[in-house]
Design a binder for this molecule. Structure first.
Ligand code: COA
Length: 375
């Protein structure tokens, strides 16, 4: 059977970064203003005083030290606390298209391919800036790619599910090479006024070229040995934003239309599911966890990755085996494990094995086993 390979990846990193200290300063100013404004209701018990956040808590609870964002000023203004990304004319490129093109150009260059060599585009991410026309079709047009394009979304596992979808399309003969992109503008669905989660996300875009071995012009690539997806319904990570919102005037709150989670439950429930999916998938391929040179894990929480690492590999998390990008990028939904893969694979030699794994809302888990090969 012909092999299917990853021949190039790309990352677009937004130009602005926000440290925990800066984010907490803005949040605590908002809290102090709120408590001052509502001091009478608070004193009478009609309203609860808000508690301040702390940079020390954020780093200890999550491993996050800073995040990249598409807009800094809006996020840090205590009167706004939301990125300000002005509307563009219909004729202009959408923001998600623009960052997809930037990441895609790097992936194409690394794969030694031109846009005309690509047969399809998949844009797979947690939030789309519009339902239609598909962002993927706009990216296709912007790059001058023929063939077909479509959007898909399974939140934090969008990239790994996108990889399997690309592999299936290539395997069926519907495309020879596919561009798969993950434009994650997570700051736009984050509630920066919510103490429990205001620090979680950052923005980024990742891209990957997946193609048939015979069509590939690069020498050192990663064979996709196997893909495994799993889902289990849960509302512990939830976002109620949708096109039916306007049919329910006066119902629901703005808070429900942003990211909401039961962090503790997610932590407890997702770790065993993800570990089992990785372990079973490796067993199907007669691979022992110890055979893996690297595990590019989903980047949501360092403590969570620490536990997965212990359960799977029986070791502490290390930069060499399970690298972390969470400290500088924060949680970038589906893009996290792909940034990790992009930044940490140059030392792979022929036959070295690795795993790209995502887990998150849905719940959803995606596991991709890869092997370095020389064509
Ligand atoms: N600053 C200071 N203290 C805070 C705080 C903040 N911003 N937010 C919460 N706290 C406090 C809480 O009030 C609580 O205090 P208490 O013990 O006195 O009641 C304490 O810190 C612990 O809160 P908790 O919410 O239980 O924290 P946690 O240790 O579970 O960490 C998460 C929170 C969100 C970082 C963690 O649960 C997590 O990452 N879960 C997995 C999330 C995930 O992967 N989601 C996928 C998203 S796509």
């Amino acid at each position: 059977m012909a092999r299917i390979v990853i021949s190039g990846t790309g990352v677009f990193t937004p130009p602005f970064s926000i440290s925990n200290e800066e984010l907490v300063l803005s949040f605590n100013t908002f809290v102090q203003n709120f408590n001052k404004e509502h001091h009478e209701e608070i004193a009478s018990g009609a309203c609860q005083a808000l508690a301040e956040s702390s940079a020390e808590f954020i780093e200890r609870a999550s491993g996050i030290k800073s995040r990249f964002v598409m807009d800094r000023e809006g996020v840090l203004d205590p009167e706004v606390m939301c990125p300000q990304l002005p509307k563009r004319d219909v004729e202009e490129r959408s923001i998600q298209c623009e960052i997809s093109v930037a990441a895609a150009k790097e992936a194409l260059q690394r794969a030694g391919k031109n846009a005309e060599d690509i047969d399809a585009v998949i844009v797979s991410c947690s939030n789309m800036e519009r339902p239609y026309p598909a962002i993927a079709v706009e990216v296709q047009e912007a790059l001058g790619i023929s063939g077909f394009a479509f959007d898909m979304n399974i939140a934090c596992s969008s990239a790994t599910f996108g990889i399997q979808t690309a592999v299936d399309s290539i395997f069926r003969g519907n495309a020879r090479a596919i561009l798969m992109v993950n434009p994650e503008i997570c700051s736009a669905h984050l509630n920066f006024r919510d103490r429990d989660s205001h620090f979680i996300f950052g923005d980024v875009c990742t891209a990957m070229i997946i193609e048939q071995e015979e069509y590939c012009s690069k020498k050192d690539v990663f064979e996709i040995v196997g893909t495994k997806l799993a889902t289990k319904y849960s509302t512990n990570i939830y976002n109620g934003f949708g096109f039916l919102n306007r049919t329910r005037p006066g119902q629901g709150t703005e808070k429900e239309r942003l990211f909401v989670q039961e962090g503790r439950k997610v932590f407890k429930e997702v770790i065993p599911i993800a570990t089992e999916v990785i372990r079973n998938h490796l067993t199907e391929h007669n691979i022992a966890p110890a055979d893996l040179k690297r595990v590019w894990l989903h980047q949501a929480n360092l403590n969570m990755n620490q536990l997965i690492c212990k359960k799977l590999l029986g070791t502490e998390i290390t930069e060499d085996v399970t690298p972390t990008i969470l400290d500088t990028y924060a949680n970038t939904a589906s893009a996290g494990s792909i940034i990790c893969f992009h930044q940490h694979h140059e030392d792979f030699r022929e036959h070295d094995l690795g795993v790209i794994c995502s887990f998150g809302a849905g719940y959803s888990v995606g596991n991709i086993i890869v092997r370095r090969i020389c064509l």
